[in-house]
Design a binder for this molecule. Structure first.
Ligand SMILES: Cc1ncc(C[n+]2csc(CCOP(=O)(O)OP(=O)(O)O)c2C)c(N)n1
Length: 685
C-alpha cells in the first residue's frame, strides 16, 4: 500500500466518530491504521519517558493486531477469566506493545494517562511487564527466554486441567511473542525441547524475526536456522512475512489445527515505519527522537498528535476488545451447569485455596512418627510427606530434572504426564533445571496447580533466574533440592553445595527451608504449601538423620522459622547453639559435650531464616535468646548468619569447597562436629 492510500484510510477511519463495531478489521486499510495506533503510542510513550524500546512494538504491531483483533480469546472486563487464552510477551523489553494493546482494547485500568506515564513510579506501565501489577500481564518478563519457559508451563497446565475437568471448561491456547534474544538464551532450548516432547499442541510461538539485537544484526553472533531448530524438536514451524496480515492470519489458523506446538517465524522490520532508524539496532532500545518520529508519522500516514487515538480507530480497537465477551459468558454458563462437586473443586483449585485435607494429612503423618520414630534422610522424609500430601492436594504437580530416584519427589500414587495422557501429576523434565523452574512458574501463574520439582541443591544455580522471578511474582512454586551439603559425600565438590543456601537466602521473599528431621520436613512442606504468595526451597539431606522431634506436637514449630528444640538443663543457658538441617543433630551432641564441662547450653533449630527474620523484634529476640555465647553450625558458608548470632558469634561451617569422600570423613575433615562446636563455645566463654 502506498503512503497516500494509507493516509486516506487513516483519515476516513478517524472521521467516523461512531465507527461500525466490526469485530476485526475487514480491510487492509483498517488493519493498517489499527497497527499504526500501536506504533504511534509506542514511539510517543518512549519519547516522553526518554527511555524504552520502540523497535519491537513497531515491528510486531501487525502480528499483534491480527492476533488480538481476530484470534486471541480474552475479555478486558475479566482479565483473570480462567479459560482465557494466555498471551506471553517473552521479549518484555517491548512492553509498550502490551500497554498499547491494553489501552486500545479497553482494559479499564489502562488509561491514556498510564500510557503517558510509561516507566514512571506508580504507573501501571513499568519498564518491563510485571505480573500482579498491571491487569492483563500474564507473567513478568524482561530476562530473555523466561517468558517462553513460562508459556510451556501454562500450556502443560491447560492440557492437564482439560484432561481433568473437560474441554467445556478448560480449552485455551497459550501464545508467545518472542524475539531473537529469547531464542538465543539457553533456556529456550530446554523449553522448546520439553514442549515438543510433550506435544503441547495448544502452544503457539510467534517469533519476531527481525534479525536485529542490541549490538546490530544478529548475524554478528548467530546463524541458527530457527525453523529447522523448532522442527527438530517436534514442532510445526513455518516462516512468513510478519507485515502481511493475511499471511499472519493463515499461519495462526494453521497453527491452531496443529497436532504439535507451532512456531511462526514472522519476518519483520524492527521499528517499522521509522524511515532512518527502522531496520537497524538504533530502533531497539532508545527514543527515536523528535525528527525521526515526525518522519515516521509521515511514512505511516499518521497525522494525529501524541497520545491521541482518533475515535474511529479507538472504536475499532474497542470492538475487538468486546469480541471475547460472549465466549466468557458462555463459559460461565457451562461452569454453572457443572455438578456442584466438580464446580466447587475447580473453583477451589483456581483460587489456589488449600483443602482442609492438608491439615488432616499432616496430623496423621506426625502422629505416626510420634508412635514410630524414623531415622531417615530428609529427602526420604519428604517422599513420606508427599505420599500423604499429594493425595490430600491433587493439584500438586511434581517432577524432577532427571533425578527422580535421588530427589524422592515422586509419590507412590503419581503417574507421569505423557503426550497421550495429560491427566498424570508427575513430570519427567529431563536434565533441564532452568526450563523446569520456568515451566513451574508458568503453571503457578496459570492457576489450578501447585507445582514442585526436584534437583540437587548445587544446581539451584542452574535455575536461579527463574527462582528469582517466582519470588518477584509472589508465586507458590516449591523447589525440592536434595543433596544439600558435603553430607552427600562421594560425588565430591562439584556436587556439594557450599554457598547455595546463602545465595538462595539472599533472594527477597523466597523461603529457604532446611528441616532437621522427618517431623520438621513435613512441617516445612506444610508451610511451603501454605505460602500462597511466595516460593519455597526445601533443602534436604542425602544422608540419614535422627528424628529429633519426639512425641506428638500438633503445633507446626517451624512456623516461626526457628524454635528452641532443646532447652538448657537449667534456667540460665550461657551458650545458644543454632543449627539447620543435618547439623541440628550435631548441635544436640555439642550441648551434651558442654554439659559434661558444666556449661549450660540450649539448641535452637533454624529451619527457615526468612520466617524468623520476619517476626516482630521482641518475638525474634525471645527465640534468639540472651546467652553469652552464640554458636551456629551449618555445612555451608557463614554469610547471612550474623543476623542471628551477631558478628561476635562463632560459626562452625564451610570456608572452602568440599571434597570427594564418605560423608562422615568429610564432616571430620572440615571440622563440622559436635567437638568443634563445643570448643568454639568454650573458646568464647
Ligand atoms: C537474560 C537477558 N540478557 C540480556 C538482556 C538485555 N537485552 C534486552 S533486549 C536484548 C536483545 C535484543 O534483541 P532482540 O531480542 O532481538 O530484541 P529486538 O532488538 O528485536 O527488540 C538484550 C541483550 C535481557 N533482557 N535478558
Amino acid at each position: 500500500m502506498t503512503k497516500p492510500e494509507l493516509s486516506a484510510a487513516s483519515a476516513s477511519l478517524a472521521q467516523a466518530s461512531r465507527f461500525p463495531a466490526a469485530a476485526s478489521p475487514s480491510s487492509r486499510a483498517e488493519h493498517d491504521v489499527m497497527a499504526n495506533a500501536i506504533r504511534a503510542l509506542a514511539m510517543d510513550a518512549v519519547e516522553k519517558a526518554k527511555s524504552g524500546h520502540p523497535g519491537l512494538p513497531m515491528g510486531a504491531a501487525d502480528v499483534a493486531t491480527v492476533l488480538f483483533a481476530r484470534f486471541l480469546k480474552f475479555d478486558p472486563a475479566a482479565p483473570d477469566w480462567p479459560d482465557r487464552d494466555r498471551f506471553v510477551l517473552s521479549a518484555g523489553h517491548g512492553s509498550m506493545l502490551l500497554y498499547a494493546l491494553f489501552y486500545l482494547l479497553g482494559y479499564p485500568k489502562m488509561t491514556i494517562d498510564e500510557i503517558e506515564r510509561f516507566r514512571q513510579r506508580g504507573s501501571l506501565t513499568p519498564g518491563h511487564p510485571e505480573h500482579g501489577h498491571t491487569p492483563g500481564v500474564e507473567t513478568t518478563t524482561g530476562p530473555l527466554g523466561q517468558g517462553l519457559g513460562n508459556a510451556v508451563g501454562m500450556a502443560i497446565a491447560e492440557r492437564h486441567l482439560a484432561a481433568l475437568f473437560g474441554g467445556d471448561i478448560v480449552d485455551h491456547t497459550t501464545y508467545v511473542l518472542c524475539s531473537d534474544g529469547d531464542l538465543m538464551e539457553g533456556i529456550s532450548q530446554e523449553a522448546i525441547a520439553l514442549a515438543g516432547h510433550l506435544k503441547l499442541n495448544k502452544l503457539i510461538v510467534l517469533y519476531d524475526d527481525n534479525g536485529i539485537s542490541i549490538d546490530g544484526p544478529t548475524s554478528l553472533a548467530d546463524s541458527v536456522d530457527q525453523v529447522a531448530r523448532f522442527r527438530s524438536a517436534g514442532w510445526a514451524a513455518t516462516r512468513i512475512d510478519g507485515h502481511d496480515p493475511a499471511a499472519i492470519a493463515a499461519a495462526i489458523e494453521a497453527a491452531q489445527k496443529s497436532d504439535r506446538p507451532a512456531m511462526i517465524a514472522c519476518r519483520t522490520t524492527i521499528g517499522y515505519g521509522a524511515p532512518h532508524k527502522g531496520g537497524t539496532e538504533k530502533a531497539h532500545g532508545s527514543p527515536l527522537g523528535a525528527e525521526e518520529i515526525a518522519a515516521a508519522r509521515q511514512r505511516l500516514g499518521w497525522s494525529y498528535p501524541p497520545f491521541e487515538i482518533p475515535p474511529g480507530i479507538l472504536a475499532q480497537w474497542r470492538a475487538a476488545g468486546e469480541r471475547g465477551r460472549p465466549a466468557r459468558l458462555g463459559w460461565e454458563k457451562r461452569l454453572a451447569a457443572l455438578d456442584a462437586k466438580t464446580r466447587t473443586e475447580f473453583a477451589r483449585r483456581i483460587r489456589g485455596e488449600l483443602s482442609g485435607k492438608l491439615a488432616a494429612a499432616v496430623k496423621d503423618v506426625k502422629q505416626k512418627l510420634a508412635a514410630a520414630p524414623k531415622e531417615i534422610a530428609t529427602r526420604a522424609a519428604s517422599e513420606l510427606a508427599l505420599d500423604a500430601l499429594t493425595v490430600a492436594l491433587p493439584e500438586m504437580i511434581g517432577g524432577s530434572a532427571d533425578l527422580t530416584g535421588s530427589n524422592n519427589t515422586r509419590a507412590k500414587a503419581m503417574k507421569a504426564i505423557k503426550p497421550s495422557d495429560y491427566s498424570g501429576t508427575f513430570i519427567h523434565y529431563g536434565v533441564r533445571e532452568h526450563g523446569m523452574a520456568a515451566a513451574m512458574n508458568g503453571m503457578a501463574l496459570h492457576g489450578g496447580i501447585i507445582p514442585y520439582s526436584g534437583t540437587f541443591l548445587v544446581f539451584s544455580d542452574y535455575c536461579r533466574p527463574a527462582i528469582r522471578l517466582a519470588a518477584l511474582m509472589g508465586q507458590r512454586v516449591i523447589f525440592v533440592m536434595t543433596h544439600d551439603s558435603i553430607g552427600l559425600g562421594e560425588d565430591g565438590p562439584t556436587h556439594q553445595p557450599v554457598e547455595q543456601l546463602a545465595a538462595l537466602r539472599a533472594i527477597p521473599k523466597l523461603k529457604v527451608f532446611r528441616p532437621a528431621d522427618v517431623v520438621e520436613t513435613i512441617e516445612c512442606w506444610q508451610l511451603a504449601l501454605q505460602s500462597n504468595d511466595a516460593p519455597s526451597v526445601l533443602a534436604l539431606t542425602r544422608q540419614n538423620v535422627p528424628q529429633l522431634r519426639q512425641g506428638y506436637d500438633e503445633h507446626n514449630r517451624c512456623l516461626t522459622g526457628a524454635y528452641e528444640l532443646a532447652a538448657a538443663d537449667d534456667d540460665a543457658a550461657v551458650v545458644s547453639l543454632f543449627a539447620t538441617g543435618s547439623e541440628v543433630a550435631i548441635a544436640v551432641e555439642a550441648k551434651k559435650l558442654l554439659a559434661e564441662r558444666k556449661v549450660s547450653a540450649r539448641v535452637v533449630s533454624v529451619p527457615c531464616f526468612e520466617l524468623l527474620l520476619a517476626l516482630p523484634e521482641a518475638k525474634r529476640a525471645a527465640i534468639v535468646g540472651t546467652a553469652a555465647v552464640n554458636v551456629a553450625v551449618e555445612a555451608g558458608i557463614r554469610q547471612g548468619w550474623d543476623a542471628i548470632i551477631g558478628s561476635d558469634g562463632a560459626f562452625v561451617g564451610m570456608t572452602s569447597f568440599g571434597a570427594s569422600a564418605p560423608y562422615k570423613e568429610l564432616y571430620q575433615e572440615f571440622g563440622i562436629t559436635a567437638q568443634k562446636a563445643a570448643e568454639a563455645a568454650l573458646a568464647r566463654l
